[in-house]
Design a protein around this ligand. Structure first.
Ligand SMILES: Nc1nc2c(ncn2[C@@H]2O[C@H](COP(=O)(O)OP(=O)(O)OP(=O)(O)O)[C@@H](O)[C@H]2O)c(=O)[nH]1
Ligand SMILES: [Mg+2]
Length: 1121
């Protein structure tokens, strides 16, 4: 095949109906990149002999070394089917969980995907994850069952066994699809139900729904994978073959004389053929009839493999001639059977043909984008499409039309930014010289040579044209040097550009509507941009040039730089890109951080944020080896942040630069990038920083030796009292029930706070709804400030009540009575998994917006002081007393809030002040008087003069005192309860063969892992183990498993949840039994204490550690000395 010229690609880009934007998705190592190689080789970009070996899309060195893909990258391919020509924009994605964010960036800009499944391993955890991602993005999948050769060569299945095995895999993957579909239908139905409850008599008459559209009536047959639907292909990418049943249906309809349509329906399934009668019948197991798929397809492939592996030359020749193939002499003689197989099969059943035909037939073109997908892309957060302004809604038509006229708005989505070497950019590449340039160069070289000769002879330069053959012969020797100099002088411009272009970024994007042109001016809409705000600020039909627009938050105006055709490792320059294509855009690095929406109209909303499956959890602190290189590191980290969709960079209050990554492999890649690409300096990396959460729990009923508490005698009372004393200083009242009462330093306000552990389900609900909580807080604060109250959309209101209902459902019992209504704030950062409850009677306030919150006069009066209390709570939940980590699952109840003194002072002071108004300031009262003056401003006046210096006394401003007191009260309230640490947990999926199972368990248990489930994969000797493992114990886990099992098992780790560590970090023996069991020092291993002390040590906090008090000298038994 010929290499397609750029012109051809440009021409194909214009025919939107024949474009397919697809990505290849699968579990790690199921053969995505190998399959991509096969497809690329069909375009002649790489040789077919190297397909599968080269892994062309893995362009990074570490990808090649590790053998895994780490980024998604695109390539444009040309495919001809009959008379029709297609442009296929293919994106290869990584399968490793650490890089799942790269999958998200790929699915967003595609219309369809190829799900690859390893025929031996079947459906794996990442297969489920990618299927879900495809589903969430509303893109259509087709299935490739790869590595069929392993069934023959490794598992040594008979064709019949292989058929059952394949059937099984299809069932599994269809079960997954079914589950996704059902949950979606049910969700939609639930949504409709709530909507119709909200407005039972829909005035507009639009919201009449078909109630009968239940699950039973929804046709979902097109969603499932089945060879007879044409959306499944069986392949062996490594051997270069693949087929769908259509291929065989065509062959056998000619051969046997049964209609192709009939064969298409029966080639897959339990049908057999009665050759004599030329009839297809249902398989009757008892008669031992083979299904058609086995008899007509698999057996042929099996016999070919059999012949080649047994080196049965005669049989091979027979097969080759019967198939009408021609095998090159070199392949036929080759001793490696793999070469022979791939030579025969790639001609007989070319894989690219099978896969690309399916893609073109079954996957949609950009024109087929569904209304559902468009609406979903346009509605960020809890917005609904109907609530968008009409100008914005009008853009839906542009999306659906995908038009290229000049009037069509240009809409582009940038899903990630990737760094390219400046040298790799087409404009910086040395281009082939034209004939004229070559002639010119020769001329100059000749001249120089002549000058040199002349100088050597001390003569004037000869006329070069007059010089005959002599210089000509010498020229050959000189030419290379001349050329080198020429290259330098011919490309003077790119050099300085390269200097400042070190991290040249190209945006990975897709045009959804209109034509993207180089140099076009366009709006860049950040994820928080709101078209509503723009339309409010700027009058409709604004005519000013966009440069003069008033500043609108999260919007910028920029020029599209160079446009590129993405060709795997290469980029090709383009002038313009028509709608529906995937492209690279230069010149956006100053405008786009990670992703953005570009549109020629400001009424466009930003696309919904990409949906990332993995949470960044592994963090390390980095610093330069040489402190003077700090600026390089800072710059490098910034570039890294831009180049990776999911890495996070933080600068902690300690000044440490912290890198947060999705896992160990991701961390390694980020560090490599930082060292070699972005910072280009040596860096030192800390041990991984493991996050913890702090919480409290109910007092235990039994002690550490499982004896009921209360029944035994306390012996080690000394420990207990000593500890209590150190925790709670004097002057703080603590009642037996854990209520802590604290007074501000100026003695004017007294707060009583109690801490209670929240039920686990409630913590979970809070975690899941953090976005909603954030919007509740925003709403309430704008309500309190008297801003527009009408803006609460019905749907958000609905969600809020639903959330509240859920909390009420789980917070039942006497001690939680009315608590939900009294919730005042969530923390930390106003959206975390901790609650502040206000039980004080004088002042009632809650987070719930709407009529439930009493916006009385009283409330406004107390609001400023209330804000200080909430701030104190926020600070307390941000860092707990154990090791300054955030809290989780704690409810603080503000039982009493005594401000009577404050008000008293206020009232008396009012009178005082009226009298003392006449007295001049110069008269210094005694210190005490002054102190009272400072903080006893009349209340109303105080609010009026907010922020004035007169509010402060020697303890600082009153609001500050309140914040500090609230924070301290919360901390003490925590400390009087049994405190616990919470550890971040990974779920860990391991596939291993039976014989290494024991070793896997050994490693798991050594690292505190807990096995949840173990099941055998049907038809194989593989076991799937599901376990949970603390993140703290996970470093080096994957390597250890791989080493211990000689590479036969490899785990997938994904952050899953927080789990309480049962042991008490402050535990000391207190009862006689414990004392007997653990000894006085109790220095046996305490996991929680170990973690806590490690964190404290890292943060430079005081660590109370046991020192060996009475060490005995060790003696050898022989007593020689
Ligand atoms: N036997 C056999 N091996 C295959 C086949 N296809 C791929 N492989 C091998 O499987 C391994 C993984 O292939 P890749 O193509 O790198 O897999 P991938 O899905 O791209 O992996 P990630 O990108 O890391 O997720 C390589 O060693 C391939 O040689 C196949 O059809 N048969
Ligand atoms: Mg790959």
């Amino acid at each position: 095949m010929v290499l397609n010229s750029l012109d051809k690609m440009i021409q194909l880009q214009k025919n939107t109906a024949k474009i397919r934007n697809i990505c290849v998705l699968a579990h790690v190592d199921h053969g995505k990149t190998t399959l991509a190689d096969c497809l690329i080789s069909s375009n002649g970009i790489i040789s077919s002999r190297l397909a599968g070996k080269l892994r062309y899309m893995d362009s990074r060195e570490d990808e090649q070394i590790r053998g895994i893909t780490m980024k998604s990258s695109a390539i444009s391919l040309h495919y001809t089917k009959g008379t029709e020509e297609y442009l296929i924009n293919l994106i290869d994605s990584p399968g490793h969980v650490d890089f799942s964010s790269e999958v998200s960036t790929a699915v967003r800009i595609c219309d369809g995907c190829i799900i690859v499944v390893d025929a031996v391993e079947g459906v794996c955890p990442q297969t489920q994850a990618v299927l879900r991602q495809a589903w969430l993005e509303n893109i259509r999948p087709v299935l490739v069952i790869n590595k069929i050769d392993r069934l023959i060569v490794e598992l040594k299945f008979t064709p019949q066994e292989a058929y059952s095995h394949l059937k099984n895999i299809l069932e599994q993957i269809n079960a997954l699809t079914g589950a996704l579909f059902t949950s979606k239908v049910l969700e939609e139905r639930a949504e409709r139900e709530t909507e119709s409850q909200v407005n039972p008599s829909s005035e507009q008459g639009e919201q009449v729904y078909d109630w009968s559209a239940g699950l039973e009536d929804t046709d979902d047959s097109h969603l499932y994978f089945s060879p007879d639907q044409g959306n499944v292909v069986f392949t062996s990418a490594i051997d270069g073959w693949g087929f769908g049943i259509e291929h065989f249906a065509k062959i056998y309809s000619e051969k046997i004389g049964i209609k192709k349509e009939v064969l298409l329906k029966t080639l897959w399934g339990d049908y057999y053929i009665n050759m004599k009668a030329k009839k297809i019948m249902k398989v009757d197991q008892a008669k031992g009839k083979k299904p058609l798929f086995v008899q007509l397809i698999l057996e042929n492939i099996w016999s070919l493999y059999d012949a080649v592996l047994k080196k049965d030359k005669e049989k091979i020749d027979k097969i080759v001639t019967s198939l009408g193939l021609k095998i090159g002499a070199r392949e036929a003689r080759h001793s490696d059977p793999k070469v022979q197989i791939s030579a025969v099969c790639s001609q007989w059943l070319p894989i690219s043909q099978a896969v690309l035909a399916m893609v073109c037939q079954k996957l949609p073109s950009p024109l087929d984008i569904t209304a559902e997908r468009v609406e979903k892309l346009m509605c960020t957060g809890s917005q609904t499409f109907d609530s968008l302004p009409p100008e914005t809604q009008a853009l839906k038509a542009a999306f659906m039309k995908c038009g290229s006229e000049d009037t069509a708005p240009v809409i582009i989505f940038v899903s990630k930014m990737f760094a390219v070497d400046a040298k790799a950019l087409p404009q910086n590449k040395p281009r082939p010289l034209t004939q004229e340039e070559i002639a010119q160069r020769r001329e100059r070289a000749r001249q120089r040579h002549a000058e040199k000769l002349a100088a050597a002879q001390g003569q004037a330069p000869l006329e070069p044209t007059q010089d005959g053959s002599a210089p000509e012969t010498n020229l050959k020797g000189e030419e290379p040097r001349g050329d080198e100099e020429q290259v330098e002088s011919m490309t003077p411009k790119p050099m300085p550009q390269e200097e400042n272009n070190q991290g040249s970024f190209v945006a990975f994007a897709r045009v959804f509507s209109g034509v993207a042109r180089r140099g076009k001016k366009i709006f860049v809409l950040g994820p928080k941009y709101s078209p509503v705000e723009f339309l409010q600020r700027v009058p409709l039909g604004f005519s000013a040039p966009p440069d003069d627009l008033p500043p609108v938050p999260h919007m910028a105006y920029c020029t599209l730089g160079n446009l590129y055709l993405l060709m795997g490792r290469d980029l090709e320059d383009l002038e313009e890109v028509p709608p529906g294509n995937v492209l690279g855009i230069g010149g956006l690095q100053d405008f786009v951080l990670k992703s953005a929406t570009l549109c020629s109209l400001p009424s466009c909303p930003p696309f919904i944020p990409l949906n990332f499956e993995a949470t960044p959890i592994v963090r390390v602190a980095v610093e330069p080896k040489h402190p003077s290189e700090m600026p390089h590191l800072v710059k490098g980290m910034k570039l890294l942040n831009q180049a990776d969709p999911c890495v996070q960079i933080l600068i902690q209050e300690t000044g440490e630069h912290v890198l947060v990554t999705a896992g160990e492999v991701h961390l390694q890649r980020c560090l490599d990038d930082l060292r070699e690409r972005f910072a280009k300096i040596e860096i030192s990396v800390s041990e991984p920083i493991i996050p913890f959460r702090e919480t409290i729990t109910k007092p235990p009923k039994v002690d550490m030796v499982n004896e009921e508490i209360g029944k035994q005698q306390k012996v080690a009372v000394i420990h207990q009292t000593k500890e209590d004393q150190s925790k709670i200083p004097e002057g703080i009242q603590v009642d037996s029930d854990g209520l802590v009462t604290l007074t501000t330093p100026n003695k004017l306000a007294t707060l009583s706070v109690r801490a209670m552990p929240l039920p686990e389900e409630v913590t979970q609900i809070l975690e899941e709804n953090s976005d909603l909580i954030r919007s509740i807080e925003q709403l309430t604060s704008s309500l309190n400030e008297g801003r527009n109250t009408q803006m609460i959309h019905q749907k958000i209101q609905e969600k809020i009540w639903e959330f509240k209902g859920k909390l009420e459902q789980h917070l039942t019992g006497r001690k939680w009575r009315n608590v939900v209504d009294q919730i005042w704030s969530f923390g930390p950062r106003k959206c975390g998994p901790n609650i502040l409850v206000n039980k004080s009677e004088d002042f009632q306030n809650s987070v719930w917006p709407g009529p439930a919150s009493k916006a009385s006069k009283e409330a406004t009066k107390y609001r400023d002081l209330g804000n200080s209390i909430v701030s104190g709570f926020q600070l307390a939940t941000l860092s707990g007393p154990m090791c300054e980590e955030p809290l989780m699952g704690v409810c603080f109840v503000l039982e009493k809030w005594d401000l009577s003194k404050f008000e008293e002072q206020g009232a008396t002071d009012k009178q005082n002040q009226e009298q003392s108004d006449l007295v001049k300031e110069g008269q210094m009262g005694d210190e005490k008087q002054e102190l009272q003056d400072g903080c006893s401003e009349p209340f109303e006046k105080r609010t009026a003069q907010k922020g004035e210096a007169s509010l402060s006394d020697c303890y600082g401003p009153f609001s500050g005192q309140l914040i500090a007191t609230m924070k301290e009260a919360c901390r003490y309230a925590l400390q009087v309860k049994p405190q616990r640490l919470m550890a971040a947990m990974y779920t860990c999926d391991i596939m291993a063969t039976g014989d290494v199972l024991g070793r896997v368990y050994a490693v798991l248990s050594k690292r505190e892992g807990r096995v949840l489930q173990e099941e055998m994969k049907e038809g194989t000797d593989m076991f799937i183990i599901k376990a949970v493992l603390p993140v703290a114990e996970s470093f080096g886990f994957a390597d250890e498993i791989r080493k211990r099992t000689s590479g036969l098992a490899s785990p997938q780790l994904v952050f899953s949840h927080w789990e309480m560590i049962p042991s008490d970090p402050f535990w000391v023996p207190t009862t006689e039994e414990e004392y007997l069991h653990f000894g006085e020092k109790a220095d046996s291993e305490n996991q929680a204490r170990k973690y806590m002390n490690a964190v404290r040590k890292r943060k430079g906090l005081y660590v109370e550690e046991k020192i060996v008090e009475h060490a005995e000298k060790q003696r050898t038994l022989s007593k020689n000395k």
